[in-house]
Ligand binder design. Sequence first.
Ligand code: GDP
Ligand code: MG
Length: 205
Amino acid sequence: MSMRRRTLLKVIVLGDSGVGKTSLMNRYVNNKFSQQYKATIGADFVTKELQIDDRLVTLQIWDTAGQERFQSLGVAFYRGADCCVLVYDVNFIKSFDSLDNWHEEFLKQANPPDPEAFPFILLGNKIDIDGGNSRVVSEKKAREWCAAKGRMPYFETSAKEDYNVDSGFLSIAKLALAKEREQDIYFEGIPEAVSETGQGGGCAC
Ligand code: GDP
Ligand code: MG
């Protein structure tokens, strides 16, 4: 097979305000962490290059600018998303309870052709806090939620301690790439002649 082209994947990160979405991205892309609360990093998206098997992949990761508080993220945010990272804070039950809403909202706004097979991943963040003593959502409960959503992968993370952040994003990239490959195979299977329809049934020579 010929050399693979670079693949661009649009990743969007969703979850309640304050769960650590911006921090996870900042850790993943810049390997930095800040205690200070910043509602936004000021850009629509950041990018990260990855090599997965024979492919060069550019992840274009979209962050909210704090509008998630009003659930009004606008169409441009969701448009053309290849995968979605859902985030909650293991120490904060409300952020876990909101996951159903975020999942539904994504499917409604992005409207992917095959919602059941769309690549999602769940990150349970801030597991470092109080050595895990203040957590209110167990790993078991989170995994059950994921299972009910069709075997969504789950990672427990800490943006602060740099725990599982790379693994989480790598997993979503692989998932989205696998989905793209399925589509490639599908399109490669369509005969070329389809695009060469003659006018009014006349000779195409
Ligand atoms: P966002 O609103 O979801 O983007 O959340 P932010 O990334 O702005 O994070 C909100 C607050 O939580 C900030 O003060 C961060 O420093 C803090 N934070 C984010 N991730 C972690 C983490 O893994 N551990 C701890 N202890 N604090 C975190
Ligand atoms: Mg943020």
